[in-house]
Design a protein around this ligand. Structure first.
Ligand SMILES: Nc1ncnc2c1ncn2[C@@H]1O[C@H](COP(=O)(O)OP(=O)(O)O)[C@@H](O)[C@H]1O
Ligand SMILES: [Mg+2]
Length: 265
């Protein structure tokens, strides 16, 4: 379960911009097709944490939307455990997105949202409690989102995603907008959570360190049209430390170069 094949995916959008912007192709006309993803071929193993890196606008979110069935490719297909994904709403996939909490519901109710199909009330309550405890919000289950800090909201969102127990968890820039310390803590939490549940998880990030610290596997996408620049397993022990692991640091420098930054920061 949780074996993903991204089979030869291509995606083009129509240009809907009437005004040209700096950097646009001078030949590009309104209504022309823009190729965003160009024959992407990837395969993820069950339980892997895959981190996808790439410059802004290279098509990361587009790829995630196609994997989740929210958007259709022009070519190719997504196969999850031998089933081709054709539509959204599968119970097997959960897309983690921030600001995904419903403001008029408590933490408890929000976490329970994905469990509507559980008919056994007691089992459902236990499941909700288990995941709220896992993200250490057990004293806040009756709070509303606005009564929580940004980091706590993000943890509630995580509990909600995990409670569904999906075969595939998709996270698009899960740490964006968090302050530095909360970002570090959440990152650790996601790594721990993954060690524990071992479900296939795809995390899109533009942060090289996030990808190298978290991933069992790192995929670097290049600019448009997007192709795969690097796809590598990361067999470094955890917790990972750039100082203690020269090969990891070396890879970090390589990726900086690959993304067009001539020096590592
Ligand atoms: N629904 C859409 N219609 C037209 N163009 C789109 C649409 N969604 C994304 N794009 C374009 O596709 C490119 C890739 O977008 P996206 O996947 O969001 O990039 P990323 O997540 O890597 O920053 C961008 O140039 C964006 O403008
Ligand atoms: Mg994006």
């Amino acid at each position: 379960m949780g074996h993903i094949v991204i089979d030869n995916i291509s995606k083009a959008y129509r240009n809907r911009r009437r005004q040209r912007r700096a950097g646009d192709d001078p030949e590009l006309r309104y209504g022309d097709q823009i190729l965003v993803l160009d024959h992407i071929q990837l395969e993820f193993q069950d339980g892997e944490m895959v981190c996808i890196l790439g410059p802004s606008g290279c098509g990361k979110s587009t790829l995630l939307k196609i994997i989740a069935g929210f958007d259709q490719p022009n070519d190719g297909r997504i196969v999850i455990d031998d089933r081709t994904v054709t539509r959204p709403g599968s119970d097997h996939i959960f897309v983690f997105q921030h600001n995904g909490l419903l403001p008029w519901m408590t933490v408890w109710e929000n976490v329970g949202l994905g469990l509507r199909r559980m008919t056994d009330a007691q089992a459902k309550a236990e499941r909700i409690a288990e995941y709220i405890e896992m993200v250490e919000l057990d004293n806040f289950e009756h709070h509303y989102p606005h009564q929580l800090s940004g980091g706590m909201q993000r943890r509630a969102e995580l509990a909600r995603a995990l409670a569904v127990n999906p075969e595939l968890l998709i996270m698009d820039e899960p740490f964006s907008g968090l302050d530095f310390l909360t970002h570090m803590k959440m990152r650790e939490e996601v790594v721990n959570m993954h060690e524990f549940i071992r479900k296939t998880t795809i995390v899109v990030t533009h942060d090289i360190d996030d990808a190298l610290i978290m991933g069992d596997r790192i995929v670097v996408m290049s600019g448009q049209p997007s192709g795969i620049k690097l796809d590598r397993r990361l067999d470094f022990a955890r917790p990972r430390d750039f100082q203690k692991e020269p090969a990891l640091n070396q890879l970090r420098n390589e990726i900086f170069l690959m993304l067009g930054v001539p020096y590592a920061v």
